[in-house]
Design a protein around this ligand. Structure first.
Ligand code: AMP
Length: 463
């Protein structure tokens, strides 16, 4: 997953993009980059690491111009190296052409082969680079028709912010997998993955970019049009954004993430109640569902694990060693609260099961008597091909074990998941959501050769 931002018509466009990326840090902690354009020169800074570390006063000061785009990266296609940091920038007809992409294309291989046959030379292993190659091939003519002809060739998940000369372009794929919103800032506009970025930059929320919409922003002028709909395709907003990915203070898919998570917890309580001394969350991801669960059953909520805020999200670091280390160092249980208690532990989801297992082990060490774990979504049994790093089925614990076997692996006294119907019942327009990771019903066809490293050894990457 990734965070993307675009700023138009602001004299400190790059600084605004920096603040926006700061707010979007949770969407990707591997790398960050900002490109800006001053009408004459293009400026770009990219680095591996957190947003706060990737830029300093000097590098931000050098990013001149009143348009900029930025990206914070969590790789879902292509490995985590400097070459694959976005925005991806090229010069075309003396003008900059840069892309910041959130999501994964599903027809990468076909497009890649076609472009290579036409003589394209690729610099990265990111699927996002394909978009730049296609844009560079746009024929002359009406700008709207040109964008439609290029973007209609893409399949899968793509929320994009592009810098094309002095124009900023926002795009959301016709299924609308990933969020993208529009804000007004002074005399210009800002595009961002989530509304929390508007809050930090003091921009005023205008609206969400709709599924299939393209907005062209030049200065303070904005034009919008839609990509043609593909037959038999519904909207497919990613339900996992609501469960885990997005920030709770953001509004996405016409709803507030915090409220959705609380409703997931309340529904979970109705589906799988249990009597206990108290409810607690695995922080921070389980906090809001735990609140909903506790309020629904009138069972007290305790904050019995303290999070070390100087450590990032555990799954972001791709190697297993780093993940394990981060899992251990991140949370610390409070023994005096936990000793001899029967507790309900709420987690937003279980992916590999390693975090949950180690948390339970720590709770046991703290003297807990009984642990009843409740999960605010159904078992994740299928990989995601649209931008979340649920890679292969072999790594997904629920693809390989029954709920009872998972409970034994995690070593809890009981384990229950929210049902698919229950999960969908708490969001508005539930038929507009993608739930492929739970149901295996993929709304956009996927290729069997797809994968994070498709464009390495001559293959693809995403974000
Ligand atoms: P685990 O028990 O090891 O499966 O870790 C589960 C926690 O990691 C939950 O809070 C998940 O929501 C969170 N998580 C979110 N996305 C991912 C991911 N792509 N891979 C692994 N864990 C993730």
């Amino acid at each position: 997953m990734c965070g993307i931002i675009g700023v138009s018509n602001h004299e400190e466009a790059a600084k605004v993009a920096f603040l926006g990326l700061y707010a979007l840090q949770h969407r990707g902690e591997e790398a960050a980059g900002i490109a800006s354009y001053d009408g004459k020169d293009i400026h770009i800074t990219k680095a591996v690491g957190l947003v706060a570390d990737a830029f300093d006063e000097r590098s931000l000061g050098a990013l001149k111009g009143n348009v900029s785009i930025g990206h914070s990266r969590y790789s879902t296609t292509g490995s985590s190296n400097v070459k694959n940091v976005q925005p991806f920038l090229a010069m075309h007809r003396n003008k900059p052409l840069a892309v910041a992409h959130n999501g994964n294309l599903t027809n990468t291989e076909t497009l890649y082969k076609r472009l290579e046959d036409e003589g394209a030379i690729f610099q990265t292993s990111m699927d996002s680079e394909i978009i730049v190659h296609l844009l560079a091939r746009m024929k002359n003519g009406d700008i709207k028709d040109r964008f439609i002809s290029v973007l209609s060739q893409l399949e899968g998940a793509f929320s994009l912010v592009l810098l094309v000369g002095d124009m900023i372009v926002g795009v959301r794929d016709p299924q609308g997998f990933r969020p993208l919103c529009l804000g007004k800032l002074g005399d210009g506009y800002i595009l961002a993955s989530e509304t929390c970025a508007l809050d930090l930059t003091k921009a005023e929320f205008v609206r969400e970019i709709e599924a299939g919409e393209v907005v062209l922003i030049t200065g303070n002028k904005i034009e919008s049009f839609f990509l043609p709909e593909k037959p038999n395709r519904n909207k497919s907003f990613c339900i996992f954004e609501n469960i885990y990915f997005a920030r709770p203070d953001s509004n996405i898919f016409s709803d507030n993430v915090y409220q959705v998570r609380k409703r997931l917890g309340a529904r979970l309580a109705r589906e799988h109640p249990v009597k206990a001394d108290f409810v607690m969350a695995i922080p921070d991801s389980g906090n809001y569902a735990a609140l909903g669960y506790s309020q629904e059953l009138n069972i007290p909520l305790e904050v019995a694990m303290i999070r070390n805020h100087y450590i990032g999200r555990t799954f972001i670091q791709p190697s297993q060693f780093m993940r394990d280390f981060r899992v251990r160092v991140k949370l610390n249980p409070i023994k005096t609260v936990l000793k001899d208690k029967k507790i309900i532990v709420i987690e937003d989801s279980i992916v590999r099961g390693t975090t949950s297992r180690s948390r339970v082990e720590e709770l046991r060490k703290a003297g807990v008597k009984e642990i009843h774990m409740r999960i605010s979504c159904p078992p994740i049994r299928f990989p995601c091909f649209y931008g979340i790093d649920f890679p292969s089925q072999s790594e997904l614990i629920a693809a390989n074990k029954s709920v009872k076997e998972i409970a034994d692996f995690i070593k809890v006294d009981s384990l229950e998941y929210l049902s698919l119907e229950g999960m969908l019942s708490v969001v508005k327009a539930s038929k507009d959501f993608c739930h492929a990771c739970f149901s295996g019903r993929y709304p956009v066809p996927i290729s069997t050769t797809q994968g994070k490293y498709l464009l390495e050894t001559n293959k693809t990457t995403g974000s």
